[in-house]
Design a protein around this ligand. Structure first.
Ligand code: BEZ
Length: 211
């Protein structure tokens, strides 16, 4: 069965472009993003890794460590990083895991045989400091991921982990949020001193509480 939300993200040891790692040790108390791409020296993947490198400041602001993985060798990864840096005007300094034996790909269900027997699809896992899986997304090889969306979801995950709120459709940092159904409006008014807007008994908004 594939990994599900709330499962412990499987640990592994791996060779990466920044040295050998124990995944859980590497994450430490940080959040993690582990994402696979089909293969080195491919165009969409080149743009994805470049974009990730350019978002370094955004990930570190959110206390997130990013790791990429594909079933290519470490030597290939190192050569490809030179191309990514050159073509995307960036500096890739996050680890790219060399998963030639598909250990990570199999642990995380990143090979979807009906899409490709050989290559990993574009899987992405957000992992919390408790090492539990908080988000999974899967894109086909032909579609590059939206990294603004990845950051947006991390903002929601981090906010909702700390407050009794959920985020509505298309929410972005700074916008009003939803009071979770499990708390009464009476309690919500105490918890959220900025106010609670009751549209329906089950649909209640409050300004983002951590701002
Ligand atoms: C790419 O990253 O560009 C790519 C990889 C596999 C299939 C199609 C596109």
């Amino acid at each position: 069965m594939s990994l599900q939300l709330g499962d412990i993200a499987p640990n592994f040891n791996a060779s990466t472009t920044v040295g050998d790692i124990d995944f859980h040790e590497y994450l430490g108390d940080s959040w993690g993003v582990l994402f696979s791409h089909p293969a080195d020296f491919t165009p969409v993947c080149t743009t994805e890794l470049g974009r990730t490198a350019k978002l370094k400041g955004e990930f570190s602001k959110r206390n997130v460590k990013v790791l990429a993985v594909s079933v290519d060798s470490l030597v290939k990864h190192h050569h490809w990083v030179e191309d990514i840096n050159q073509t995307q005007q960036c500096e890739v300094d996050f680890p790219i895991i060399a998963d030639e034996n598909r250990v990570v790909a199999n642990l995380y269900g990143m090979i979807h045989p009906n899409a490709s027997e050989t290559f990993t699809v574009r899987s992405l896992f957000v992992i919390g400091p408790d090492k539990k899986v908080k988000l999974t997304i899967t894109y086909p090889a032909s579609t590059g991921r939206n990294f603004n969306e990845v950051l947006r979801v991390i903002d929601s995950l981090q906010l909702t982990a700390n407050y009794s709120v959920a985020t509505p459709a298309d929410w972005n940092e700074g916008e009003k949020v939803i009071v979770v159904p499990s708390i009464t409006t009476e309690d919500a008014l105490l918890k959220f001193p900025k106010g609670v807007d009751v549209i329906k008994p089950y649909l209640r908004y409050t300004p983002q509480p951590n701002l």
